[in-house]
Write a protein that binds this ligand. Structure first.
Ligand SMILES: [Zn+2]
Length: 169
């Protein structure tokens, strides 16, 4: 019975944490893609989540690889790259990916501009990350805020009250 087929991704889905946004987060940090080994190869968990969802839909026993030239893409509304919610991931081209980034950027100018959307865990992850321009850009993208916002969190202009004893950091 195909409905009872279990996939490797299932044990990650069980351990993942449901974010208030609906995202299902699993990974070393919110900004990192989680990976697992499958038949000797490393595969990103969000990709595996998509391939497993497709397989399940079709009644297959093994994840269905997405075609070459396509990638596993998060929804622009996903709060972090560590989201492995299968319903949040679709296959698309690099061009789709770029379009998603623009969509996310536009949304960011509207209601999703606030630090209210970030959690304490997010803020700690942002502060723990290397303070380089490249990493700040990555963080901004992952959390759908702008780079200035990331800098303000790291300098403690925002979220000053969180972990105040590290204020000199
Ligand atoms: Zn998500």
């Amino acid at each position: 019975m195909t409905a009872s087929t279990t996939f490797v991704i299932d044990r990650y889905l069980e351990r993942a944490v449901r974010h208030e946004s609906g995202c299902l987060l699993y990974g070393p940090t919110p900004t990192t893609y989680g990976h697992t080994q499958l038949n000797g190869d490393w595969i990103a968990l969000h990709r595996l989540a998509l391939e497993s969802r497709l397989a399940r839909k079709l009644g297959l026993r093994h994840p269905l690889p997405i075609p070459p030239g396509r990638m596993a893409l998060h929804r622009p509304s996903c709060v972090a790259r560590s989201c492995i919610e299968p319903e949040h991931i679709r296959s698309g081209t690099a061009k789709d990916n770029a379009q998603d980034a623009i969509t996310a950027g536009n949304a960011n100018r509207g209601e999703r501009n606030g630090h209210a959307k970030l959690t304490e865990v997010d803020v700690r992850a942002i502060r723990a990350a290397p303070r380089t321009p490249a990493t700040r850009r990555e963080l901004a993208e992952a959390f759908h805020v702008d780079v200035a916002h990331i800098r303000s969190i790291q300098s403690r202009r925002f979220w000053r009250w969180l972990d105040p004893d590290e204020a000199a950091a």
